[in-house]
Design a protein around this ligand. Sequence first.
Ligand code: MG
Length: 160
Amino acid sequence: MFRIGFGNDVHRLVRDRPLVLGGVRIESDLGLLGHSDADVLVHAVMDAILGALALGDIGRHFPDTDSRYKDADSLDLLATVVGLMRKEGFRVNNLDATVVAQRPRLAPHIQAMQACLSGVLGVDSGRVNIKATTTEGLGYCGRSEAMEAFAVVSLLADSA
Ligand code: MG
């Protein structure tokens, strides 16, 4: 009737890559490196949903050895995961996620990310909470070597 899933992801920050977080393109001198668009937040959300459904992880569903996913828009991959979830008979109850990034300042983009994610998840934006934090300069995120994201979702069965 009720499921909880957790997701975590890290991507390296490099020059000459776009920064896309939660489906939102953000102005930055550094972007995330990856096979797809490397949207670390969307990847954590996908893993949380797949986790709640006990369907493995995104590496299993979208292997980075598959050229179909080269530079993929992670929102399209999320839409596929949402389709799987619907097929399993579940819907999103709520999502809570945190992006760890030293810079740029993400606060001005949070609302756009929430709108974007709630649209693909098919829920009211009041059920989607995105947070951003720095690590006070500590660790790989603090040194702007990477960004990390954590996500928790709860799902409800259609029959609930
Ligand atoms: Mg990833």
